[in-house]
Design a protein around this ligand. Sequence first.
Ligand code: ZN
Length: 69
Amino acid sequence: MALSTELLEILVCPLCKTKVELKSDGSGLKCTQCKRVYPIRDDIPVMLIDEAQIEEGPESPSGETAAVR
Ligand SMILES: [Zn+2]
């Protein structure tokens, strides 16, 4: 995990400007406000609303799969 806490401090959700927090498994950054999870690719956080997936509650397997475009 190469993400620095310093970087995490300045990262905010592009939608609601709320601080994001690293998921426990390190797979993404979650906005505490809108529950969007931004993926981390090659240790680079992808802070794009289009790339984010809304995650409700703890690991609930909803019918929503990755958006295919
Ligand atoms: Zn948000």
